[in-house]
Design a protein around this ligand. Structure first.
Ligand code: IMP
Length: 178
């Protein structure tokens, strides 16, 4: 089966420009602080890499992965298992969680609950994409790259069946190829 991109929703240039704006906002909001940016594997990697280039001041970085329960548990919250940089000192820190997309909101809600258990000083979420119309739970997203309609998108970290993460843009996947 070969999959096709129906159209480009967000060009590489649009993503870079918006990342610059969010980076500048984070620089201002966290001036004089040393936030810990936690990227969500695997999808947020390209946005994370782009965003941090535009943040001025001291930051620290880490990555975690939230997967549906899969046998081997490192740390779990409900049916979600967390792996990655789990031995981080989170207590008392300003945390910014970096996501690729917030859809129903269930994943980011579980991630924030997991981090909140570790008593951070503050926690904020930055996402490249927000599909607000699909929300099932209320979540507070401080930095949104783009609000997008209810279409299945791939590229710039987002995948379909682990494909397309390497596209430099965000495209709509041809629904007839899914
Ligand atoms: P949630 O529904 O907010 O919990 O999002 C769950 C996950 O679904 C996201 O982290 C993405 O991995 C995936 N997802 C949701 N919408 C899309 C999409 O349009 N393209 C690719 N992945 C998506």
């Amino acid at each position: 089966m070969s999959y096709k991109i129906e159209r480009i929703l967000l060009s590489h240039e649009q993503i870079v420009n918006r990342s610059k704006e969010i980076g500048a906002q984070i620089s201002k909001d966290y001036a004089g602080k040393r936030p810990l940016l936690i990227g969500m594997l695997n999808g947020a990697v390209p946005f994370f890499a782009e965003l941090i280039k535009h943040i001025e001041g001291e930051i620290e970085t880490a990555f975690i992965k939230a997967s549906s329960y899969a046998g081997q548990t490192c740390s779990s919250s409900g049916s979600v298992v967390f792996t990655g940089d789990l031995n981080l000192q989170i207590a008392g820190r300003d945390i910014i969680v970096i996501e690729d997309i917030v859809d129903t909101g269930l994943t980011i809600k579980t991630v924030c609950a997991f981090i909140r258990e570790k008593k951070p000083k503050s926690i904020a979420v930055a996402t490249l994409l927000d599909k607000k119309s699909r929300r099932l739970v209320e979540v507070d997203i401080k930095y949104v790259g783009f609000d997008i309609p209810n279409v299945f998108v791939v590229g710039f970290g987002l995948d379909y069946d682990e494909l397309f993460r390497n596209l430099p843009y965000v495209g709509v996947l041809d629904s007839s190829s899914i």
